[in-house]
Structures are given as structure tokens and as C-alpha cells.
Design a protein around this ligand. Structure first.
Ligand code: GLA
Length: 357
């Protein structure tokens, strides 16, 4: 008799996008009560339900119930961001003697892949896996040469895998036929209280970073990496997000430089977050060199999400693991170039637990 698999993937229709293409919603479930919902429109994580310290289940990411809401303007809730996450100054870069101009969609600069980035395309469903070890979904997208101004046909896959030790592992792979900049991330906004706290400012966070990427008033890097020590940017010791917020003009929206123990060790610990009302904990690990710590400074109460929650300023925080912004124009930053014949591979892990006393 065939044994039932302990981790499952439920697959259901999730409506149609503007050009009439049907999309789907996938629910990954493990045996500890964690479920992760993902749609192949933008690879959006629409929901992550985890138990709190008393066993009560709640949704810890911002988002909507229906595809119609995701088709309206929103600030990248839960989606895959690419071809280049974060900003490229003036939407320009030069490679192999040729200058490229990208779509400018953030004042004079390029942000999150342009006007139609990877967050607004339908991804092909490549593989759905249910086994004793994981429930997973693999999505694929071919970004054509010239899309949003980028060089080369870029073939991308993104896999989401939920395990029984409560990890959500996101794996990004890509290859190209022309040298291109690449920077892929997931833009989930978290509020680990699952509706209990009115914003994310009491969440206690620790970031494994001694430095952050200094930016100008347009959030474009100056090229300097600045020490966090003795500044309100310092999260090397855990403390509430809001504690020194009044000393950070505009609020946290900065790339932290993740400390790596050795040059050979690619996967590093990024962050530890504790929500005091429900005692949920989230840990983040990644192979990527940076993490954008953004605390929803631009949320303004105009969007109403799942469970009728009004997304006011600072309602959720993001830890967008990625390369540094504007790396194509900053030769001292870790390279974000992908050349033909190379294999791009980055992994980020979100691990969910609760605090026990
Ligand atoms: C990123 C950027 C922010 C903002 C959000 C989306 O985190 O760094 O400045 O653009 O995305 O609103």
C-alpha cells in the first residue's frame, strides 16, 4: 500500500490576469501546521500561516485574498523581484563597451526591474513535488533580450520548498546568452503578530551586519560602506525596530552588508526576529551578500489587505536578501554580473519557530 506523503501541495485556480491567462494558487503544507501559499503570477507569496507559541495559527505576511487586488498598484507584496532588485542609478550601465538604458520607474532611477518586472509576469509552473522531506513548487520565466532594456535572454527558475523543520527555502537559478546584471529577491512584508500588533515597530530584530550601504537622498549608493557601531543603524544586538527610529530620517530602507565567517562559506545567517505578543520567531539565512531592511515607510493606510487589515505606515517589514543596489555602476561592490556559460544560484531560507520559556 502506498504511504501518504507527509508534506503536501494543493493546487487550485486563482483567476485570470489582464490578458486572460489563467493562473493558479499553490498551498504548501507541512505536518507542523505551517502553510505557504504562492501564485504563479509574479511568484507572489500570498500567505504564510504559522502557529504562535500557544498553537494558534495566524498569517504573518501582508497581501490580498484575490488576484484582482494584486493586479492593482501595490508595493511589491510577496513577489519575486527582478531582473535587478532595488535601484540602478539613472537606469544606466555600461558593459563590454556598450551602454544600456533601462526603464526609469522611480524618479530618474530604475527600481525593481522596471515597469513590468518579474513581479508582474506569469511564471510557468515547472514542477510540483510532494514527499516525506518537502513540499515544493518550481517556477520558470524567460526574460527576453531587451526586456525593460536589459541585455540577453535570461532563463530563470525560482523554487519554493517547505520542510518539516519549518524552513521555507527559496532557490534562484539563472543563465543568460549575453552579459547582464542580475539581482533576484523576494519582497515579502512580515508582521509576525498575525494581526495582533498595529505595526512592526515592537518586533525585536538582530541583523548579522557590521556595515550598511550608504545612500544619497534618492536611495542611490554613494559607494561607501558605513559602520553601524554607535549609530541607530546598529542591530548587532537585538532590540525593537522602533527604538531609535526617530533618529533615522525616512525610516529604515537600507542594504545591510551580511557578515560571512569565511570567504568559502556562502550561506550565512542574516537575521533573527522575535514578535513579543505571539512569541513567533523568524530566522533568515542567505547566500546573498546583502539584505534590504525596509519597514514599510511608504505604506500609508490606503491599502486594505487580507482579514480587512489596514496597511498603515510601518505595518510590515521586509528583509530582501540581495546584491547591493546599483552594483553595475559600483565596481567595488560584489559583482552582480552574469556572463554566458555561468550559472547564477542564490538561496534564502526563512525558518519559523516560537520562543519557549
Ligand atoms: C524596496 C525599496 C523601497 C521601496 C520598496 C517598495 O524595499 O528599497 O524604497 O521602493 O521596495 O515600496
Amino acid at each position: 500500500m502506498e504511504q501518504s506523503k507527509c508534506l503536501t501541495v494543493k493546487r487550485e485556480p486563482f483567476g485570470k490576469v489582464l490578458d486572460g491567462i489563467s493562473i493558479e494558487l499553490f498551498t504548501l503544507s507541512n505536518s507542523n501546521g505551517i502553510t505557504v501559499k504562492i501564485t504563479n503570477y509574479g511568484g507572489i507569496i500570498t500567505s504564510i500561516i504559522t502557529p504562535d507559541t500557544t498553537g494558534r495559527a495566524g498569517d504573518i505576511v501582508l497581501g490580498f485574498d484575490s488576484i484582482e487586488d494584486y493586479l492593482k498598484p501595490h508595493p511589491y507584496f510577496g513577489c519575486i523581484v527582478g531582473r535587478y532588485a532595488n535601484r540602478i542609478a539613472e537606469g544606466k550601465f555600461k558593459v563590454e563597451g556598450q551602454e544600456y538604458s533601462l526603464a526609469k520607474n522611480n524618479g530618474p532611477n530604475h527600481l525593481h526591474g522596471g515597469i513590468v518586472g518579474f513581479d508582474k509576469v506569469v511564471w510557468e509552473v515547472k514542477e510540483v513535488t510532494e514527499s516525506d522531506n518537502e513540499a515544493s513548487l518550481k517556477l520558470a520565466y524567460l526574460s527576453k533580450d531587451g526586456e525593460e532594456g536589459y541585455p540577453g535572454n535570461l532563463s530563470v527558475t525560482v523554487s519554493y520548498s517547505l520542510t518539516n523543520d519549518n524552513q521555507l527555502i527559496i532557490t534562484y537559478d539563472a543563465s543568460t546568452d549575453k552579459t547582464t546584471p542580475i539581482n533576484l529577491t523576494n519582497h515579502s512584508y512580515f508582521n509576525l503578530s498575525a494581526g495582533q500588533a498595529k505595526n512592526c515597530l515592537d518586533h525585536v530584530i538582530k541583523l548579522n551586519a557590521d556595515k550598511y550601504v550608504e545612500v544619497n537622498d534618492q536611495y542611490i549608493p554613494t559607494g561607501n560602506l558605513v559602520d553601524v557601531a554607535s549609530t541607530p543603524m546598529d542591530f548587532t544586538n537585538p532590540h525593537p525596530i522602533g527604538e531609535f527610529l526617530d533618529k533615522v530620517p525616512g525610516g529604515y530602507d537600507h542594504t545591510y552588508v551580511i557578515k560571512k565567517e569565511g570567504t568559502k562559506e556562502k550561506m550565512a545567517y542574516v537575521a533573527w526576529v522575535h514578535e513579543p505578543l505571539t512569541n513567533r520567531i523568524m530566522e533568515v539565512y542567505s547566500t546573498q551578500p546583502g539584505a534590504q531592511f525596509y519597514i514599510g515607510n511608504f505604506l500609508d493606510g490606503t491599502l486594505i489587505g487580507k482579514n480587512d487589515i489596514v496597511y498603515n505606515k510601518h505595518y510590515g517589514f521586509c528583509l530582501e536578501t540581495h546584491h547591493f543596489p546599483d552594483s553595475p555602476n559600483q565596481p567595488s561592490f560584489p559583482s552582480a554580473w552574469l556572463h554566458p556559460g555561468e550559472k547564477f544560484n542564490e538561496i534564502t531560507i526563512y525558518k519559523f519557530s516560537t520562543k519557549s520559556y
